[in-house]
Design a protein around this ligand. Structure first.
Ligand code: AMP
Ligand code: MG
Length: 405
């Protein structure tokens, strides 16, 4: 059994509630995690394997009519490590199953629409893990700090965002919101590194210093985001981010646990195994047919020895959940109305104009339906690929073990 490294699950240790006090957050702390950097990196790699496995199931499920998806929303000020999460956490899974969207200063076209217009266009399809590098939360952060809209406009947005996210969750998306919170000093160090290092200069934007000058205003705006929009359906996890390794292992854990909770299953084929087997084997000489059957049976047997009942996996997933203290936070009392705003329609001009064009947040979240008509040939090649992959995984695992010895 793996070493127990979380004494409190990140679900509990990092979750923000209605009284969240950002000033009290120690940005170099590692809430819930008992190990050091090396433990964190090792655990992250281990969980990455499970994450990748579960992500493939989610993807397969989405291809066969499943409606589930995951949306990871990453917020944080400049240099907080948003890009590092995309690269190191999401980099552990098959890029085919990930849809990434980065939200910068809105374009002219985007500005002509409701602020959720560009967000809705990037929502993950069934089977996918969507990743937002910044998000609609900029519309209550930079929009507030830089007075891009009036206070009565951004204030209304908290409740509107809560409703929008509720509809998304209702349609099958698990939302994970993480905010990377660095200290003022650490941000200075990271910006200086960007200025000094020729290979990092491309990341520096002189405007980031103007944003830094408004540090306190941003802290206030972030605190309100956590207080008003950390709902039971889409809670905020506030991640101390001075230690990058901690932020990465914590977010890996949150995403992995979300997939464990979804528990996606391999879809059942719409064809008969025996019929397909017979048809395929009739295309080769009987002797080769026998040899092929034996080879594949041997591969499956080896995989089972290596992983236990690999194809069922359910039990081992449950076990892993236990190893990592998979506690989930109980429901809190934070509701959509907690910000003292009435749950009303948006009425500022840009938002009402978008209603005319049919982009009101009140529109139900539509999802592209995944093709569910699995053709025999496709599904067949899929399982062949699985066996191949299993074989590869076996080899990888074996060589890893050898390396450790
Ligand atoms: P970066 O993440 O470094 O590419 O920077 C993106 C910039 O776009 C940041 O300065 C954000 O504050 C800004 N940005 C993102 N969304 C919005 C928005 N809705 N309104 C205004 N600025 C935004
Ligand atoms: Mg930047």
């Amino acid at each position: 059994m793996a070493k127990k490294l979380w004494d409190t699950s990140p679900h509990l240790a990092l979750r923000a509630g209605p009284d969240f006090a950002l000033a009290a957050l120690d940005r170099s702390s590692t809430p819930g995690f008992t190990g050091d950097k090396a433990d964190g990196q090792e655990r992250m790699a281990d969980r990455g394997e499970l994450l990748s496995e579960l992500q493939e199931r989610l993807f397969a499920d989405g291809k066969h009519g499943g409606t589930r998806s995951v949306l990871l929303i990453i917020q944080g000020l400049d240099t907080a490590g948003k890009g590092g999460i995309v690269r190191h956490v999401m980099g552990m899974v098959d890029p085919q199953g990930v849809s990434l969207a980065s939200f910068g200063v809105p374009t002219k076209e985007e500005l002509a629409h409701h602020y959720l217009w560009r967000i809705k266009k990037e929502l993950p399809e069934p089977g996918k893990i969507g990743v937002f590098d910044r998000s609609h939360y900029e519309d209550v952060l930079v929009a507030r700090v830089d007075n891009l809209v009036e206070e009565q406009v951004w204030r209304k947005r908290y409740a509107e965002i809560n409703r929008f996210e509720q509809r998304l969750v209702d349609s099958g998306t698990t939302i994970i919101k993480v905010a990377l919170m660095c200290s003022y000093e650490e941000q200075a160090r990271r910006i200086l590194e960007r200025i000094e290092r020729p290979d990092k200069r491309w990341k520096h934007n002189p405007g980031d210093l103007d944003t830094r000058a408004k540090w306190d205003e941003y802290q206030d705006a972030y605190q309100d985001v956590f207080r008003y929009t950390s709902t039971d359906h889409a809670p905020w996890y506030v991640v101390p981010a001075d230690k990058k390794w901690y932020a990465r292992v914590a977010i890996t854990e949150l995403v992995t646990q979300a997939l464990i909770d979804i528990d996606p299953k391999w879809p059942n084929p719409r064809w008969q195994v025996a019929v397909q087997r017979r048809r395929l084997l009739s295309t080769v000489e009987p002797e080769l047919a026998k040899h092929l059957e034996e080879t594949v049976a041997e591969q499956l047997k080896e995989a089972k020895e290596e992983y236990g009942d690999y194809l069922a996996l359910k039990d081992s997933v449950a076990q892993l959940k236990d190893v990592d203290n998979g506690e989930r936070a109980p429901a809190t009392t934070n509701s959509d109305q907690d910000n003292g705003e009435k749950d009303t329609e948006s009425s500022d001009s840009s938002e009402s104009s978008s209603k005319k064009s049919g982009d009101s947040a009140e529109h139900s979240v539509t999802k592209k339906s995944a093709g569910s008509g699995a053709k025999d040939s496709k599904a067949g090649s899929g399982s062949k690929k699985n066996t191949k992959k299993q074989d590869k995984k076996n080899k990888k695992k074996k060589s890893k073990k050898k390396g450790k010895k």
